[in-house]
Design a protein around this ligand. Structure first.
Ligand code: FAD
Length: 402
């Protein structure tokens, strides 16, 4: 089988790439290969409403399956790409029954996303231990949550806190273990961390900061966790929400330059001509922020896919974003714009008690990020202000990674 463009992965970025190519009058054969059995769907609701509302998977689809047919985008689902041969322009795709086929491509796009970081502590193979990245993960997790008396969530990042909020909404007992000294430390400043800590404590979440997991304990199934200081916490479900790892192994073993992500330039071009990578699995240069970024967000998946499509269509539009992200916890919407790490000044604007406020982060006087709590207007304005203050340097010729 041959296709002019083959996309490995059928998630948010892959879907956008195909839509943008067709919108740009790309008429050639287009094939998307996805390891999951679902057509491209949105992941954000998995840790939010979808987890509690128990709706059918179709409600998450980014587009009706018929649209892909109408657009002439072929889908090979439930199929993993196992190997790539970048010299021969071939790949091996293996379906759920283990049948392998070799495919030939003209242009290859890797959109393989991330996988949940695995637990290295003892007890990692016990029953009752879960992670959350896919519809099938929700289908495994949901019955266990229904039967659980005590849920322990390892990791006080977005996914862990969103699930904690959902579980409290259902009246379930939840403990969140966070190894750092504050929640959301990797992504926000102290004010927003403190706000979410109080919010969750008020709603009855048992939050343990500086809590290092030493082992998951139980016989066959989990009965609790042991912390490095010897404390034991009872649990019949443990959700691991300790971050994600780029699916760059396929690209790396085929010879693409990778460093915790497939290295790409501002046109999403990987180190070998004819190969692109988009979305969570990539690491790309940001002229605006003066460093390389690996982002895990819908914004990044969509906008980087558009940049790749523009390059494939021969009308290149380089990608140098002001990243943005959102998180829903209880009735609170957190919207983040820019990148706050490395800030040297933070100012709270608005009313924390309302709550409707934002925190503006600056570095050497320049606005680098704004986190807005229940303030959509502040968020939208922030995206424009950050784009102006952290201007993208005049674009030179994009340099493909070595
Ligand atoms: P994905 O959507 O992960 O798709 C990658 C696909 O590639 C997967 O289906 C995978 O199975 C497939 N694949 C991998 N390897 C192979 C292979 N070898 N062969 C075939 N297929 C393969 N972002 C936000 O901006 N806001 C949010 O509120 C938010 N909430 C989230 C909540 C959860 C629970 C999760 C998991 C993510 C959330 N995100 C959120 C992140 C967002 O969903 C991702 O950034 C986005 O889905 C990335 O798109 P992608 O196409 O790069 O990867």
């Amino acid at each position: 089988m041959n296709a002019d463009v083959v996309v490995v992965g059928a998630g948010q970025a892959a879907a956008q790439l195909c839509l943008s190519l067709r919108a740009g009058a790309f008429r050639d054969r287009l094939l998307m290969i996805g390891a999951e059995r679902y057509a491209p769907y949105q992941r954000p609701p998995l840790s939010k409403k979808f987890l509690t509302e128990r709706r059918p998977p179709e409600t998450l689809l980014l587009r009706a399956e018929s649209l892909w047919r109408d657009q002439g985008v072929e889908l090979l689902l439930g199929t993993s790409v196992a190997t790539l041969d970048l010299k021969r322009h071939t790949l091996t795709a293996v379906d759920a029954q283990g049948h392998a086929q070799e495919l030939t491509y003209g242009t290859l796009v890797l959109a393989t996303g991330t996988r949940a970081r695995a637990l290295t502590a003892p007890g990692a193979t016990l029953g009752g231990l879960f992670s959350l990245r896919s519809i099938d993960d929700v289908h495994r997790l949901r019955p266990a949550l229904d039967a659980a008396r005590h849920i322990v969530i390892v990791g006080g990042g977005y996914i862990g806190l969103e699930v904690a909020a959902i579980m409290r909404g259902e009246g379930r007992a939840v403990t969140v273990l966070e190894a750092e000294d504050r929640l959301l430390k990797r992504v926000t400043g102290v004010d927003v961390s403190a706000f979410f800590e109080s919010l969750h404590r008020e709603r009855g979440v048992d939050i343990r900061l500086g809590a290092r997991l030493a082992a998951v304990v139980g016989e066959g199934s989990v009965t609790g966790v042991r912390l490095a200081d010897g404390t034991r916490v009872a649990a019949d479900v443990v959700l691991l929400a300790i971050g994600a790892q780029a699916n760059d192994d396929l690209g790396r073993s085929a010879g693409l330059a990778c460093r915790d992500g497939i290295l790409v330039d501002t046109l999403a071009r990987a180190s070998v001509p004819g190969v692109y990578a988009i979305g969570d699995c990539t690491r790309f240069p940001s002229g605006r922020f003066g460093r390389e970024l690996r982002l895990e967000s819908v914004q990044n998946a969509i906008d980087q896919a558009k940049a790749a499509a523009s390059a494939i269509l021969g009308a290149p539009r380089p990608y140098d974003p002001v990243p943005w992200f959102w998180s829903d916890q209880y009735e609170i919407k957190l919207q983040m714009a820019g990148l706050s790490d490395g800030y040297d000044g933070a100012e709270v604007v608005g009313d924390r008690a309302a709550p409707r406020f934002s925190v503006e982060y600056r570095s050497r006087g320049k606005l680098i990020a704004v986190d807005a709590v229940n303030d959509a207007r502040a968020h939208m304005t922030a995206r424009r202000r950050i784009a102006e203050e952290c201007a993208s340097p005049a674009a030179g010729e994009p340099a493909r990674p070595a």
